[in-house]
Design a protein around this ligand. Structure first.
Ligand code: ATP
Ligand code: MG
Length: 422
């Protein structure tokens, strides 16, 4: 029979990988908790229309990358390609925004039908933040600083924060017209993908990775020249806020989000160690999205970081991850000994210790080898001989201290657990 395989772009995380993932997730959780941000969990499957409206029909994500299908009730469903649209939907559906500003974080798998390569998968994972209801530039600074501090705390080096402003929605409308006219005048010099976007999504062309288009765009009108005084002041406040916190950044006038509901701050955190997939974290302000999905006008800012790319960076940087070792590995053989071992393991675990119980019934020598490999601090040895003497043996696996023997009853007595450690 042919061996069953996972789908292309869907990756297994084996037990050797998950400690690093848990470390990242726990560190993120700590940062969100410290920042008064609450976790939200939304379904992986949503009505397709949510993403068509919430991400935009002219984007690659909606056009080419979604996993959409009809369910048995003939509803068009889509595996979520990102988190923001679902969170806005949930906030509206449960009327959370009526209670004042909301601070959400989320994490989990996202699905996009892309060409798999290092740092790009079809099922990938994001950790993200969304702040709803704040328009003050300090909320932009706060959102960025939470991402920055998390990445610093994870020990990731050589990151660059790139920043831009897209201006207010009305600045954008004016600029879009100007850009569209300029691009139409230079239509023949554009690459094919960009040509298709001139009238549907001209701002997105600014983000093109095609060298000839990048070169051409150096002469295109810049949004920064079209900003209203208010938008310029707002951007200055964001820059000043970041500078005051000592967070280094670089202005990138070509950093854009193509859709009309994005406004003001756009940012990316980039590494020079990830090849073509260089963006670890991307975010920005989306003041028009809540209204676009049927709510009241609500300012909002958010970001999402790609966990696979973060994992690559942490692995490249050889950043040490602390994994708690078992306190005990229980080596046991013989009917009575095995029954006692199970009770023992349970009791020790209930008192908070990490215990690995060998359930193999293999020879002592094999169990000893596994105990060594388990990284446990101590082995508990329980065989027929020990049971006959009503004792267990404890061996320190890290030092040459000789074995100790203890009475089984003493050992099972919670109040005497302190005697377990030499
Ligand atoms: P890219 O230009 O790399 O495709 P994007 O603009 O599509 O990124 P966002 O939608 O802003 O990405 O998602 C935020 C982050 O999620 C990205 O910066 C990246 O770290 C991660 N990400 C996006 N798509 C993938 C993917 N297919 N595989 C792994 N990580 C991804
Ligand atoms: Mg993409």
């Amino acid at each position: 029979m042919e061996k069953l395989q996972n789908l292309r772009g869907m990756v297994d995380l084996l037990p050797e990988h998950t400690p690093l993932w848990q470390f990242i997730e726990e560190t993120a959780r700590t940062h969100f908790r410290r920042s008064g941000v609450n976790e939200i969990r939304t379904p992986l499957l949503e009505p397709t229309e949510l993403f068509a409206r919430g991400i935009g029909e002219s984007t690659d994500v909606v056009n080419k990358e979604m996993y959409s299908f009809f369910d048995r009730g003939d509803r068009s469903c889509t595996l979520r390609p990102e988190g923001t649209a679902s969170i806005v939907r949930a906030a509206l559906q449960h009327n959370l925004l009526a209670q004042g500003p909301q601070r959400f974080w989320y994490s989990g798998p996202m699905f996009r039908y892309e060409r798999p390569q290092a740092g790009r998968q079809r099922q990938f994972h994001q950790i993200g933040l969304e702040l709803h209801g704040y328009s003050d530039p300090r909320s932009d600074v706060e959102a960025i600083s939470i991402a920055w501090d998390l990445l610093m705390d994870l020990g990731v080096k050589r990151l660059a924060l790139e920043l831009n402003t897209l201006g207010s929605i009305s600045d954008r409308i004016l600029y879009r017209q100007k850009l569209e006219t300029w691009l139409s005048d230079h239509f023949n010099e554009l690459d094919e993908d960009s040509r298709a976007r001139v009238s549907s999504n001209p701002l997105r062309i600014l983000d093109s990775k095609i060298p000839s288009t990048k070169e051409l765009l150096k002469k295109a009108p810049l949004l920064s020249n079209e900003l209203s005084a208010e938008s310029s002041e707002r951007f200055a406040a964001v820059r000043e806020g970041l500078a005051n916190l000592g967070i280094p950044f670089k202005i990138n006038p070509y950093l854009v989000r193509g859709l009309d509901y994005y406004s003001h701050t756009a940012f990316e955190i980039i590494s020079d160690q990830l090849g073509a997939q260089s963006t670890v974290c991307g975010g920005g302000r989306y003041d028009g999205l809540v209204e676009q999905l049927g709510g009241h006008n609500t300012p909002a800012i958010g970001w999402a970081l790609g966990v696979e790319r973060l994992v690559l960076l942490i692995m490249q940087g050889n950043i040490p991850i602390k994994i708690p070792s078992p306190d005990f590995y229980i080596i046991n053989k013989g009917k009575v000994a095995e029954a006692i071992a199970l009770t023992l393991a349970r009791q020790l675990r209930n008192s908070g210790m990490i215990v690995e119980l060998d359930c193999s019934k293999s020879a002592f020598s094999k169990q000893f080898k596994r105990a060594d490999r388990s990284n446990a601090l101590q082995a508990i040895i329980l065989g027929e001989e020990e049971v006959a003497r009503n004792q267990i043996r404890i061996k320190n696996l890290r030092t040459n201290i000789s074995n100790r023997s203890l009475n089984i009853e003493d050992f099972l007595d919670n109040s005497k657990f302190s005697i377990l450690y030499c």
